[in-house]
Design a binder for this molecule. Structure first.
Ligand SMILES: [Mn+2]
Length: 276
């Protein structure tokens, strides 16, 4: 299945890419902004940034199992196979919408695509179709929750002004996220040294958050774990706050080699970091 999908995506014409984007957009549009994950084993995948070999390896490894894939965003920009990477994931979404969940990362936005390569790459290889990708990115869900495994999944982190986790469901679908809650879901970072919310080197509208915020959020929402991405670690993962948050990075190359990791959660909620 995966090797067939890879072949299909490799041979796409511009017309076929447009058809794919038109097929997948309504599918994503009808998903809730806060996905409820099914009662199944889960594989969480961090940033892939155009490293579609990493994506293929993980898909191949678990596709024949009952595992549901939860990709945490940042599919495009930077790597060599950005278009192939996002097209493969979107194609599989159309073929098996319940097998993989695609969350939005901060790189699935126009301003970041203009700065980090996806805009130029699309313009060069496909012509004037970037706005069709942006409509698809607008409709990607923003977070996911597993009641059974007690896991919350998001690209960045906990937003400062989020009152109830259910409020994520009523966030607007924006091509360029302006809503501060949406923006911070995609951008915020946990920090061991921060109490409450703190400033971020990444920018004015972005916040860092400490263990106190994390514990409060988790208690309120009956969670055991937050899985997020958004930061590079040489070993592909980092545990924050005594393992309350696991941060994943799933590329095998990023200014040098990376031992990319994904997180597999079994039906009995056992957690295993798996190499990409
Ligand atoms: Mn990111």
């Amino acid at each position: 299945m995966i090797s067939e999908a890879v072949k299909i995506v490799q041979e796409y014409s511009v017309e076929e890419v447009l058809q794919l984007l038109e097929r997948v957009q309504p599918l994503l549009h009808q998903e809730p902004r806060l996905l409820k994950l099914p009662n199944k084993p889960l594989l969480f995948v961090g940033d892939t940034h155009g490293d579609w070999e990493s994506t293929q390896r993980l898909l191949t490894k678990y596709w024949h199992t009952p595992t549901i894939f939860v990709f945490l965003g940042d599919y495009v920009d930077r790597g060599s196979f950005q278009i192939e990477n996002i097209n493969l994931l979107l194609y599989l979404k159309t073929e098996a919408p319940n097998r993989l969940m695609l969350l939005r990362g901060n790189h699935e936005t126009p301003s970041i695509n203009r700065a980090y390569g996806f805009f130029d790459r699309v313009q060069l290889s496909l012509g004037d179709v970037i706005t069709h990708y942006w409509k698809v990115f607008r409709d990607l869900p923003l977070a996911a929750i597993s009641v059974q495994h007690k896991i919350f999944a998001v690209h960045g982190g906990i937003p400062e002004t989020l009152k109830e986790v259910q409020d994520i469901d009523s966030l607007p679908m924006e091509i360029e996220p302006v809503n501060p809650i949406t923006f911070q879901l995609l951008w915020n970072d946990p920090r061991e040294t921060v109490k409450g919310f703190g400033s971020s080197m990444r920018g004015d509208r972005i916040r860092t958050f400490g263990q106190d915020i994390t514990e409060e959020f988790m208690a309120k929402n009956k969670l055991d774990l937050i899985v997020r991405a958004h930061e590079v670690f040489p070993h592909g993962f980092h545990e924050y706050f005594d393992g309350r948050i696991i941060s994943l990075f799933s590329c095998r190359e990023y200014h040098g080699p990376i031992a990319g990791k994904a997180l597999h959660v079994t039906s009995s909620s056992e957690r295993n970091l798996v190499p990409v």
